[in-house]
Design a protein around this ligand. Sequence first.
Ligand code: AQP
Length: 344
Amino acid sequence: MAFKQRVFSGVQPTGNLHLGNYLGAIVKFVALQERYDCIYCVVDLHAITVWQDPVELPRATREVTAAFLACGIDPKKHIVFNQSQVAEHAELAWIFNCVARVGWLNRMTQFKEKAGKDRENASIGLYSYPTLMAADILVYRATHVPVGEDQKQHLELSRDIAQKFNNDFADSIRAHGYDEAFFPQPEPLIQGPATRVMSLRDGSKKMSKSEPSDYSRINLTDSADDIAQKIRKAKTDPEALPSEEKGLESRPEADNLVGIYAALAGTAKADVLRQFGGGQFSAFKSALADLAVAKLGPVGAEMKRLVQDPAYIDSVLADGAQRARVMASDTMKAVRDIVGFVHS
Ligand code: AQP
């Protein structure tokens, strides 16, 4: 069966959204609306895999929703909701916990990085995070998943889970009259010059919400002054910018800033180097700061306006959740048949 082409992706409400989330994910979410039916989720169940303050979590959930809307996601044409409002995500995740193998999860690098040395003390949710992610995608039988480079491994696991479910339950799938490929193999969409935006302080680390130094990232709600100052202070090396992409090899900080410029301007790194190659960083940084302020300023202002009206944001989430639930419950009815659960 040809699956209906459908996009699913999520963002965790775990702190300040930054330029990496924007370029690696949200900008792509916006563009995909033209070609696909899209489901965009604020993944609060994922967020609690590490401790979240229950007073802060609703604020962060509304802020991510505001970012989706401020960037141009249309919640009427597409679906925007928070994960915990659709219980089927957690239900399918449990079934996938029983399909996925411990050996598969043991290979996940994000768990190793996030659990760090204190692995014994990490939550079980953090360990099984990828099975919930597979459920998020597959409960809508989504075919395309726009994400940053850091999520590639989890997406590969989602594909393995879909395949193993289809194989393990092949007879039951057939016996119940469902199509043999019950779950699709979701395709990662990881493209463009900023699939992995790096820290402004250290070109070997990804820009992240949890990095203690605020100078490592540009937040979507930063003021124009903050953005300009962070870019001015961004780590670079003493060489001038190269004129060709090859010259960015082994210069991670320069490569990062050029990639950010290209992604914000909607061009390729080669074009940026054609314009700025041979020049000093100071002139390039000043052009980058202007561009970043021009692109992010309106987004931040609109986010701040939207979060002033939590009732409106909650109504968007409730409406999206209701429409998502209809689709998710259809999948789950079929899954219950396939697995052999007695249900009404
Ligand atoms: N640095 C990045 N460059 C490109 N894409 C990125 N994404 C995240 N960081 C970068 C993409 O943004 C989407 C949402 O990410 P998330 O909600 O999983 O959160 P996160 O920013 O990765 O932050 P965490 O996990 O809350 O904390 P950290 O990273 O601080 O430990 C995803 O599509 C992701 O790929």
